[in-house]
Design a protein around this ligand. Structure first.
Ligand SMILES: [Mg+2]
Length: 410
């Protein structure tokens, strides 16, 4: 099923400013007054003809995974408010195999931490420049200094949602989609500084987890934003040991909680698979053909285009808040640089949706180069407020611990 391509501006995270909101308060682009009634009609109409996918076994033996809604919208606008507090690390059961200590598995753990921390620092580094022009990071001449409503090192919704996903996976020992949705919903209700407009509408609309995104997508059509890419680091680490099929399947199901366009599902599945390859010690760029072969055929050509070696962000036909140029730009940043910091800086300097493009780049580059490649001056000020979670704020050490547990190493 092919999703509608996003317009060049406006709509689901693809408009330069029209799809986003930066100040606190409820969305100015909340569904039209007729939407709730339409949604009810759609729900009534789609239930008989769209049976939910049957539950599939979770890759972790002895655990279960609930079926996701394979339909739903993506994110668009932004909102800002604020929360703070301190983290209390939680221990949780694991179902993935625990690697032995030492040897190459230490490198794997370093890469897993690199993916989680790399995404977070990319998010925090890019946040002050969101919606800005290209080259602003270089022009400013300093890093992790905050701005645009963000404190130095403060991570945004990208990392906050990734943490929520990761903690749900650990608490349930696998994919428990209603729980992930509930965590998203509590977070959204607590007033995060930044949230995608469509994500907010899906999470606050009152519809059940397995219908909310689908209904929103059917009413609003545009949903190919990058909002499910941005939160992929934790689930990519968690599912990597389960293999390609399980990883990509879980990615699609997680994406579909908030994004209805299959393009978003496939882009998120691609990112998960590239991270999995990197954690295995492979070059994710060399795995691109293999990963693309596992993409839904109707989505493959467009991804092949933006992931091709001769593609660059200047060829993008949409704002980089859309899923294709966002993933394409992250891969471009990895391909055209030689280290973690260089790749993430390149992503931020593209301008536009800087926090998310850098978060996705940081996920890939962190998995490729490892935790040790992340500059300490980026991780020291890093902090991740978690609205709706008792005032907790995670720091880099907390994220290291989360990554280790997700990788099955702690
Ligand atoms: Mg963000």
């Amino acid at each position: 099923m092919a999703g509608p391509p996003p317009a060049r501006s406006g709509g689901e995270g693809v408009g330069r400013a029209g799809g986003r909101r930066r100040l606190s308060g409820r969305s100015a682009t909340r569904s039209a007054p007729t939407a709730p009634r339409t949604a009810r009609l759609l729900r009534a109409a789609c239930l008989p003809s769209e049976p939910r996918a049957p539950p599939r076994p979770h890759p972790c033996e002895g655990r279960r995974a609930l079926a996701p809604p394979l339909h739903g919208p993506g994110r668009t606008g932004r909102r800002r408010a604020g929360r703070s507090g301190r983290v209390r690390p939680r221990r949780a059961g694991l179902c993935l195999p625990r690697p032995a200590r030492g040897g190459p598995l230490t490198t794997r753990l370093d890469r897993a931490a690199g993916a989680v921390l790399g995404s977070a620092v990319g998010d925090a580094l890019g946040a002050p420049y969101e919606f800005g022009p290209a080259g602003e990071l270089d022009a400013r001449g300093s890093e992790m200094r905050g701005g645009g409503g963000w404190d130095p090192g403060e991570a945004t919704d990208d990392t906050q949602m990734a943490v929520l996903v990761g903690e749900s996976l650990l608490d349930h020992g696998g994919l428990e989609l209603p729980d992930v949705f509930d965590r998203f919903r509590r977070w959204a209700a607590a007033g995060p500084k930044d949230i995608g407009l469509q994500t907010e509408q899906v999470l606050t609309g009152g519809d059940p987890w397995d219908l909310a995104a689908a209904l929103h997508f059917q009413v609003n059509a545009r949903a190919a934003g990058n909002g499910s890419l941005m939160r992929a680091s934790t689930s990519a680490v968690f599912f990597a040991a389960a293999g390609q099929e399980a990883t990509m399947d879980a990615a699609r199901r997680l994406a579909a909680l908030t994004h209805g366009d299959p393009a978003a599902w496939e882009g998120t599945a691609l990112l998960h698979e590239l991270v999995r390859a990197a954690l295995d010690g492979a070059d994710p760029l060399e795995r691109l053909p293999q990963a693309l072969a596992a993409v839904a055929p109707e989505q493959r050509e467009r991804y092949a285009r933006v992931l091709a070696p001769d593609w660059h962000p200047g060829l993008a036909t949409e704002f980089n808040g859309a899923v294709w140029p966002c993933l394409g730009s992250a891969v471009w940043a990895l391909r055209t640089t030689t280290g973690f910091a260089e790749a993430v800086r390149a992503a931020v300097n593209l301008g536009g949706d800087t926090d998310t493009v850098a978060a996705v780049t940081g996920t890939l580059a962190g998995a490729r180069y490892g935790r040790a490649a992340i500059p300490p001056e980026w991780t020291t000020p890093l902090h991740v407020p978690l609205p709706g979670s008792g005032g907790r704020v995670l720091d880099a050490r907390s994220l290291d611990d989360l990554a280790a547990r997700l990788a099955g190493a702690a």
